[in-house]
Design a protein around this ligand. Sequence first.
Ligand SMILES: Cc1ncc(COP(=O)(O)O)c(/C=N/[C@H](C(=O)O)[C@@H](O)C(C)C)c1O
Length: 385
Amino acid sequence: GYYGEFGGAYIPEMLYPNCEELRQNYLRIMAEPSFQEEFHQLLKDYVGRPTPLYFAKRLSEKYNTKIYLKREDLCHTGAHKVNNTIGQILMAKKLGKNRIIAETGAGQHGVATATVCALMGIKCVVYMGEIDIARQAPNVARMKMLGAEVRPALSGSRTLKDATNEAIRDWINNPVDTHYIIGSVVGPHPYPDMVARFQSVISEEVKSQLLEKEGRKNPDYVVACVGGGSNAAGAFYHYLDEAEVGIIAVEAAGKGIHSGESAATSALGKVGIIHGSKTLLMQTADGQITEPYSISAGLDYPGVGPLHAHLYVSGRGEFISITDDEAMKAGLGLCELEGIIPAIESSHALAIFEDRKFKEDDVVVVNLSGRGDKDLQNYIDYFGL
Ligand SMILES: Cc1ncc(COP(=O)(O)O)c(/C=N/[C@H](C(=O)O)[C@@H](O)C(C)C)c1O
């Protein structure tokens, strides 16, 4: 379970049985025809896949290149997170689990988890930082309506990092009946690999859609925002070995990389262990996790998935960091040019075109990870709407 020097399962001994049961079974379960059939049937009939690959004509004209948007904002629940939770709820059922726990920050993963638990009639507890509960209230209401118990994480900085810690603590205490649905390509092996495989439906679809629209499977670039890195892992997955496809990962610079309020993990991170994985993370000199900041809860994570740490260190990925201001302006720009209100996380990916120039005939696919409904208050406050 390594990506170069990154990955592994650096877990407390008490968590070992849970992870080992998953590690020994996940590939076998995923390979079962019945699993694949139910997984793809639900993605089609319940999530609404394939999501469109939309040629953004006015955005392309503005930046004088060819921009396609992969519309993960049109998935049921409003973001890509549900691709992973569908896969993991089926996995949990195959493992005989009857209780689900999850962590969430922006609330999208929490909503996606509550959604599949309602679908399958399985009880669900979502851990969420008390700070995030306040700033993502609409998603909290949705989780409760979907039947989930939302448990505030009160430790530490009371954001995603702490919600994750409390979910791990719950899982240690409930190893037999509980499956922990991790929301991104983070955590101990096999989670980064399993989540990436579930999200890889994104680039699988892009290959056939691009062939139909451009007569080629490979774009010149694939662009995605990176919090933990799951929507990016899905968008990059089938292109990682295609050297001619440029991989561009966009992180949250927050108020600026050197402002002390940032979440640009590749730029500010050092090798360390977070949530059971060896990766890059923002840390103090004595190895304590640094509090990150981003205007978007979804990118407000001090670590990054080991796959992305490897993409950064190996140079396979180009890493760009985007500030709050750049992201908010790009989000409004998409509204005005294309009539699409994007999640603030996704707006970070859109913002690169202001500075990162492309050739006129470049085909650039941008993964639009989510829609902006959950962020309306942020947009209202920022732009005084
Ligand atoms: C619309 C949207 N786009 C991107 C992200 C970043 O998560 P990744 O795709 O896993 O990097 C997110 C992340 N949301 C998580 C959540 O809803 O709980 C996030 O807060 C944490 C799992 C990191 C998101 O909601």
